[in-house]
Design a protein around this ligand. Structure first.
Ligand code: ZN
Ligand code: ZN
Ligand code: ZN
Ligand code: ZN
Ligand code: ZN
Ligand code: ZN
Ligand code: ZN
Ligand code: ZN
Length: 547
């Protein structure tokens, strides 16, 4: 037993001291101190039988998977390249870093441009370390406006979107490709598994389809029959639920016992080994809870996905017949069990790393409170039998008069992840989600969707038109399609509907009924150019014929 602490040099009084009273260093040789030093890397267990407590059968969780041509990490660093190849695989002709002259006279650089038949897609790629905020979406929206009509916008980000950004993008019909979307698309095209019509597909451990094709493709719009489905895909994405318990007993330098415990379930994405749980600390301070609430709002998609995996139980076997309306993709786990274990342990360790306070005493004198960082050890954590969950998700593209919309829905719960046709673009205000207004119909000229305030039905032909493609009759004030208020009043040069257009019996020119004046002599209804008004208090009108 040393006379001085090897760490800080404090003279040691007690021969049996297990810890230095000054700095807390463990003093007994050969005994592992339960307190790990800060920054200690958690080493994954290298035992070959680590799968035992986790109880995964080899069949469902192959230890060795053939490495993908691009792994999840590379997806992030090569985002632009990956997005480019996804679109190519989907039959688009692509170009990268294209400088496009805009209508406002500026030159816009577009990360990826994808063209297929009449479709023109401008794709912005952002590989941020945090979620994409509303500013980036607004900037991109301006860029799209500057490019002019006929362009569809897609924003690809490897770190998802904030709630504000997501809402704004939806209201502007900008498709957002987040972390999960990019991985799903990438693994779907690189796996090259094509489902054949009429085939029966049997899936293990999948959530059942409760929101079927008809439900997700039926839109609550007045003219929904004019919106067609341009493509539909049902993707089964693998996740795993890992239940755990954690228990630790630690003596602080004053020999007081501290107990730590925690239990729960960690949800891991089997495509890239990412943990879906919020990084909230147990017994965290106000500061911690603030940052965790910010994080949950920052990753809307992750939170919804976490709930989908946690709230429902998969069927051991689930069969579906492949129809002609949509493609089915079953994605296979891309990460090893070891990756899953490492991610789980890292999460539990970070979650339970906490401050341990103690009050040392020197004789009778009580010293100030000291702090030590408590870091869980691997042996304090037990992982239990885990369950894979295949989560089915619909990705639907709609085509309304050449305008393409995106809708993403979890097929089991019906939770909507993205729907760019649902909200009127005229109402979105920064940070005010409650002012979102549902759309009523699509304009039957441009295909843009608006709420009842911003779209109207032509009383003559019944077509729905937006304000850009409507004509308001200057006489009766009703809104028509351009075709049914196409006459121009000779008096005021404003549009007229056919009901309000009258012909002057004197000059035979068409004019609006609202301008009609009656001759005081013969009673004829004539246009303003064919009548003379005289008198100040009591006006007298005489038509050209009677003058
Ligand atoms: Zn010491
Ligand atoms: Zn329109
Ligand atoms: Zn509106
Ligand atoms: Zn009409
Ligand atoms: Zn009219
Ligand atoms: Zn007029
Ligand atoms: Zn006239
Ligand atoms: Zn007259």
């Amino acid at each position: 037993m040393p006379k001085f602490c090897p760490e800080c040099g404090t003279p040691l009084q007690s021969i049996n001291a297990k810890f230095c009273p000054e700095c807390g260093t463990g003093l007994i040789q050969g005994t592992l101190t339960p307190i790990a030093t800060a920054g200690t890397q958690i080493q994954p267990s290298t035992d070959d039988d680590w799968s035992k407590p986790i109880d995964w059968s080899e069949e469902e969780y192959p230890e060795e998977v053939t490495p993908s041509p691009v792994n999840a990490y590379e997806l992030g660093t090569k985002l632009e390249e990956i997005v480019d190849s996804i679109y190519q695989a989907e039959g688009y002709k692509t170009e990268r870093r294209v400088r496009m002259p805009g209508q406002g006279g500026y030159t816009n650089e577009i990360d990826v441009i994808a063209r297929r038949r009449k479709e023109q897609v401008a794709i912005e790629c952002k590989n941020f370390t945090s979620a994409v905020g509303i500013k980036e979406i607004r900037d991109f929206s301006k860029k799209l406006d500057d490019l002019g009509p006929g362009w569809r916008g897609v924003f690809a980000a490897f770190n998802d979107f904030t709630l504000d950004a997501q809402n704004f993008a939806e209201s502007r019909n900008i498709e957002t490709l987040g972390h999960e979307d990019i991985m799903e698309k990438w693994f779907a095209v690189s796996a090259g598994r094509v489902s054949r019509q009429g085939e029966r597909l049997t899936l293990r451990s999948a959530l059942s389809i409760k929101s079927d094709y008809l439900m997700v493709t039926t839109l609550p719009l007045q003219n929904k029959h004019l919106v067609e489905v341009s493509s539909a895909r049902l993707t089964f994405h693998p996740y795993v639920k890992v239940p755990y318990t954690f228990k630790a007993r630690v003596y602080d330098p004053t020999k007081k016992l501290h107990r730590f415990s925690d239990d729960g379930t960690v949800v891991i994405d089997l495509l890239d080994g990412k943990v879906l749980n919020k990084q909230a600390k147990k017994g965290g301070s106000i500061l911690n809870s603030l940052s965790s609430s910010k994080q949950s709002a920052d990753n809307v998609q992750t939170l919804k996905t976490f709930r989908e995996v946690m709230d429902f139980s998969p069927s051991p076997e689930y069969s579906i017949t492949i129809g002609s309306d949509y493609q089915i993709t079953e994605l296979k786990p891309e990460v090893t069990k070891r990756t899953v274990e490492r991610a789980t342990i890292e999460y539990i360790t970070a979650r339970n790393t906490q401050d341990m306070a103690y009050t040392p005493a020197k004789g009778d004198v009580i010293l100030d409170i000291r702090h030590r960082k408590f870091v869980p050890r691997r042996s304090d954590i037990k992982l239990f039998k885990s369950e894979m969950v295949l989560v089915p998700k619909w990705a639907i593209y709609f085509n309304a008069f050449g305008t393409i919309y995106t809708k993403e829905v979890f097929a089991h719960s019906g939770t909507v992840l993205e729907n760019t046709i649902q909200y009127c673009p005229q109402h979105f205000k920064l940070g005010a989600i409650n002012v979102k207004k549902e759309t009523t119909a699509v304009c039957e000229v441009c295909g843009k969707a608006y709420c009842s305030e911003h779209i109207s039905q032509c009383p003559v032909c019944g077509r729905w038109v937006c304000s850009d493609h409507a004509s308001v009759c200057s006489s009766c004030g009703k809104t028509f399609c351009k075709e049914h208020a196409s006459k121009i009043c000779r008096g005021c040069h404003q549009p007229l509907c056919s009901d309000c257009e009258v012909e002057c019996p004197i000059c035979h020119k068409p004019y609006g009924a609202n301008h009609t004046l009656i001759c005081d002599k013969c009673g004829a209804a004539v246009c303003p150019s064919c009548i003379t008004t005289s008198g100040l208090l009591r006006k007298t009108r005489i038509c050209k014929n009677c003058q």
